[in-house]
Design a protein around this ligand. Structure first.
Ligand SMILES: Cc1cc2nc3c(=O)[nH]c(=O)nc-3n(C[C@H](O)[C@H](O)[C@H](O)COP(=O)(O)O)c2cc1C
Length: 357
């Protein structure tokens, strides 16, 4: 049986890392300085591109390479959902959500757009940028794209929330699976958006389950906030960990001050699962705005990505009571510190190494 140390060393050797800690790709919270800080500390930087125009992806990568020519980085996007509702049903849900939002104030009058940018063009831009890794969430890449990635020397990490999804990813050629526990901040990566509430598996159950059934490495994500979490995930069978919320209060993340403040001292009980920001299930700090959507008479938020567009309109109107930014947070938000991101990565691995020694 491979030892923890050997499993981790193999993963780090394969991907050119000195520290088995990956920055989570976080769309909207992935500025270049954050990825640079993580990569310079020996981990893997990341950019979640789902909201980015294709030309922005190339520019992001150029800036990253200029700052860390040998830094290791992953680019990520969301595989689009298969539409399960008719246009009429979507419209109906959007109208109900719109009517509910009116209780917070009026929408802006200037047209705004929000939500994912064209997927096929994003995939081409990511490939052209030639990162070490391209990762998927919410589904799997097409076979032809996977072949082109591998021909170019780019590895594929696939996010999975159940064993069925993980096995499908392995079968489709993924080089590693990101096991996303239900503790994770941001969106759940469930391939079927309607199943997200039912498949809320904790990381302690998910990682050994994946490790026992997969041939490819497992990367643990969700609620890992300090060296104890890193050591536990590696002991459970992961080859590396991926952290998101733990980096959000670092100055390099540059998130909205009210979001950073909401993360401070947010214990596990104070986060909630919501569809109110985007229509897809996500974990965030439980704010008064999100709690309003949990009231018995509240409608279901509009489906993804219609709810994002609605939120963009109401935010543009400056409606009071609407969270000005999505307050995404994992269950270990209270462990996030305002240290520089590189120091966070170094501390996580130093403390985990001491525990695993
Ligand atoms: C603000 C935020 C944005 C996120 N955006 C993405 C994304 O675009 N793509 C993705 O694969 N995962 C995304 N995630 C999920 C992370 O990849 C990861 O699963 C999660 O951060 C791990 O849990 P933690 O936040 O408790 O560390 C996001 C997470 C956060 C907190």
């Amino acid at each position: 049986m491979t030892t923890i140390r050997q499993r981790v060393a193999d993963f780090c050797d394969t991907f050119g890392l000195t520290v088995p800690v990956l920055q989570a790709p976080m769309a909207g919270a992935c500025p270049v300085p954050l990825a640079l800080a993580v990569a310079r500390a020996g981990g893997m930087g990341a950019c979640g591109t789902v909201l980015d125009a294709p030309e922005r992806i190339g520019a992001w990568m150029e800036e990253f390479r200029a700052g860390a020519p040998s830094g290791v980085v992953q680019l990520n996007t969301w595989v689009p959902d298969r539409l399960s509702l008719s246009a009429g049903e979507r419209d109906n849900l959007a109208r109900k959500a719109e009517a509910f939002l009116e209780r917070f104030g009026a929408p802006g009058t200037v047209p705004v757009t929000g939500g994912p940018r064209p997927y096929a063009e994003q995939c081409e831009a990511m490939l052209a940028a030639r990162p070490a890794v391209i990762s998927s969430i919410m589904g799997l890449f097409e076979a032809d794209y996977v072949r082109r990635m591998h021909d170019t020397g780019v590895a594929w990490f696939a996010c999975a929330t159940t064993l069925e999804e993980a096995l499908a990813a392995q079968e489709a050629g993924a080089d590693a699976v990101v096991a996303q526990g239900m503790e994770a901040g941001g969106h759940r990566g469930s391939f079927d958006p309607e199943q997200a509430e039912r498949t809320d598996i904790g990381l302690f159950a998910l990682v050994p389950w994946f490790a026992d059934h997969l041939r490819i490495p497992v990367i643990a994500a969700g609620g890992i906030g300090d060296g104890r979490g890193v050591a536990a995930a590696l002991a459970l069978g992961a080859s590396a960990v991926q952290v998101g919320t733990a980096l959000l209060r670092s100055p390099e993340a540059g998130i909205a001050p009210e979001w950073a403040a909401a993360l401070d001292q947010t214990g596990p009980e104070a986060t909630t699962m919501t569809r109110a920001y985007s229509g897809r299930l996500a974990r965030a700090v439980s704010t008064p705005f999100l709690r309003a959507w949990e009231e018995p008479n509240a409608p279901r938020p509009a489906p993804f990505p219609d709810q994002i567009a609605l939120m963009a309109r109401w935010r543009a109107g400056g409606a009071p009571g609407i969270d000005p930014a999505n307050h995404f947070a994992g269950q270990s938000a209270a462990l996030a510190t305002s240290e520089p991101a590189g120091d966070v990565i170094t501390r996580l691995w130093r403390d985990a190494s001491a525990l695993l020694a």
